[in-house]
Write a protein that binds this ligand. Structure first.
Ligand SMILES: NC(=O)c1ccc[n+]([C@@H]2O[C@H](COP(=O)([O-])OP(=O)(O)OC[C@H]3O[C@@H](n4cnc5c(N)ncnc54)[C@H](O)[C@@H]3O)[C@@H](O)[C@H]2O)c1
Length: 471
């Protein structure tokens, strides 16, 4: 077991070549490609010739769309992956969020990363005219870069992903990749186009880039615990931030429009976030699908809001419990909760015909004897690995990553669970995926009404099992 893990880590490390070697490889790739570019149509090239870095120099220019906590981290990780990566453009809905992110990224203390990529700050080259703000800011970033890093709230992902692929850009995008089935279908269509164009797409479901999971899941696939007949997945925690209207309006020195308020407090509105079953629990549901090598065919469950039910808590539930069924009749039991002072558990476990996988990295036979136990103490940071691997592929001119389809299936699995808990009905995968009930706004503008508005008492309508229609 440990041999396998060591080999895998070594291979991953080898992908991060010293900068001098990168330059040689890149130049060789660019030179040989440039020699034939005139005689080939774009689709025959490893990458589209529309990529501006193509044949110019070794620089890979990145643009960040969504400059919050994760976007800032992802930009730093991209810069830390290789010395030839430069951040050249940034977009955010709000100027203050962009400024805060730029300040953090250019903080000389920031040297996060595993790639030995030298001084990151020197490679942040975002002039004032490459800082864009508002709903359409993404459109201005995309033409300026080779790789787009997308980390907005997930409701916008289908639009931004579609625009990046239409413009022949490689993509790193955060999970989830949509908040409703319309968005999922859009991402699945765009994923096909990305494949045809051979554009690398990495989705921030980072367990796929985490050694302990890669080893664990591949052993389960190799039959270590026999056929998996029951899966258990959890994201039970105390909850996340809330940006309350009173403080936001005090900071702004004025009343916010409803659209401004929801965009700031996005976690609590489904069109932006998808509910926490989608926004967070997707990670565990994705591992469940990965192990089963497929997606559920139906789901039923229950949920509600017990504690987190104030005016600033929008419309989402604070707990969901879902029973998913796969095509082979096996079940996945899923729990997610955002309530303080309860049992916290974020993990996955699998039960097979020959043994169990009680926690990531652990495998037992039916008598309880250890088959394998992976200690992840020295494993690389998966948030860094996903960028190391993506930028290694882009630099080498290789097409290796097509994560968008899996990202869409994982997101759809979470949306299916939400549809089941909101409606209280059994919801079929096929019906859910075909649903045309959009939860997105018709218009993105600061003075437009979002799809869910507060009632006269300031509270938002909350889904009600037995009443709410989802398909
Ligand atoms: N993989 C992980 O473990 C992980 C961890 C944290 C967050 N995330 C994901 O990253 C995404 C962002 O989360 P976060 O925690 O950084 O949130 P955040 O609120 O800190 O950042 C989101 C940023 O996007 C901006 N934004 C909103 N709409 C925009 C638009 N249309 N165009 C441009 N910018 C827009 C916001 O103003 C904000 O600055 C979410 O999808 C979240 O699920 C993933």
């Amino acid at each position: 077991m440990f041999l396998t893990i060591e080999i895998e880590v070594t291979i991953m490390k080898k992908k991060v070549l010293p900068a001098s070697l990168n330059a040689i490889n890149r130049r060789a790739f660019v030179k040989s490609s440039a020699a034939v570019v005139g005689g080939l149509v774009a689709s025959q090239l490893p990458f589209s010739s529309a990529s501006a870095y193509y044949g110019v120099d070794d620089t890979i220019r990145i643009g960040l769309i969504g400059c919050g906590g994760r976007g800032t981290g992802a930009a730093l990780q991209a810069l830390s992956a290789r010395q030839n990566v430069k951040l050249v453009a940034m977009a955010d809905a709000f100027r203050d969020r962009l400024d805060e992110s730029y300040k953090n990224i250019t903080d000389p203390e920031q040297t996060e990363g595993s790639g030995g990529a030298g001084n990151v700050v020197d490679r942040v080259q975002v002039p004032e005219e490459h800082k864009f703000v508002g709903f359409d800011a993404y459109k201005q970033v995309i033409p300026l870069v080779d790789v787009v890093v997308i980390a907005t709230p997930p409701g916008f992902r289908p639009y931004h992903f579609e625009a990046a692929i239409a413009a022949d850009k490689h993509v790193f995008m955060e999970k989830p990749v949509a908040t409703d089935p319309n968005g999922i279908r859009r991402v699945l269509e765009t994923a096909k186009i990305a494949k045809q164009k051979k554009l690398n797409v990495v989705v921030g479901l980072q367990r796929h880039y985490q050694t302990v999971y890669r080893d664990w899941v591949s052993r389960i696939h190799d039959g270590a615990i026999g056929d998996v007949i029951l899966s258990r997945v959890y994201w039970n925690s105390a909850g996340v931030w809330v940006r309350d209207r009173a403080t936001l309006e005090k900071d702004a020195g004025r009343k916010l429009t409803e659209m401004e308020y929801q965009m700031r407090n996005w976690y609590y509105f489904n069109w932006l976030c998808g509910d926490h079953i989608v926004e967070q629990h997707i990670h565990n549901l994705d591992v469940g699908n990965w192990v089963k090598q497929g997606h559920p065919v139906r789901a039923q469950g229950q949920g509600g809001r017990e504690v987190r039910n104030g005016k600033d808590h929008g419309e989402i539930f604070d707990h969901h419990m879902v029973e998913y069924e796969y095509a082979d009749g096996s079940r996945m039991l899923s729990q997610c909760r955002h309530i303080p002072d309860c049992m916290n558990r974020v993990t996955e476990a699998f039960h097979g015909t020959k043994g169990t996988a009680p926690a990531p990295g652990e495998l037992l036979d039916l008598a309880g004897n250890t088959i394998a136990k992976h200690r992840d103490k020295d494993d690389p940071n998966p948030y860094q690995v996903e960028h190391d691997e993506l930028f290694a592929a882009v630099t080498a001119g290789e097409y290796k990553y097509a994560d968008a389809e899996n990202g869409a299936i994982a997101t759809m699995t979470a949306i299916l669970g939400r549809m089941a808990t909101y409606s209280g009905q059994v919801v079929e995968w096929d019906d859910a995926l075909k649903s045309t009930m959009s939860i997105m706004p018709q218009t993105f503008a600061w003075d437009a009404n979002p799809p869910v508005m507060p009632k006269a008492d300031g509270y938002y309508p909350v889904p009600m099992p037995g009443v709410t229609k989802v398909v």
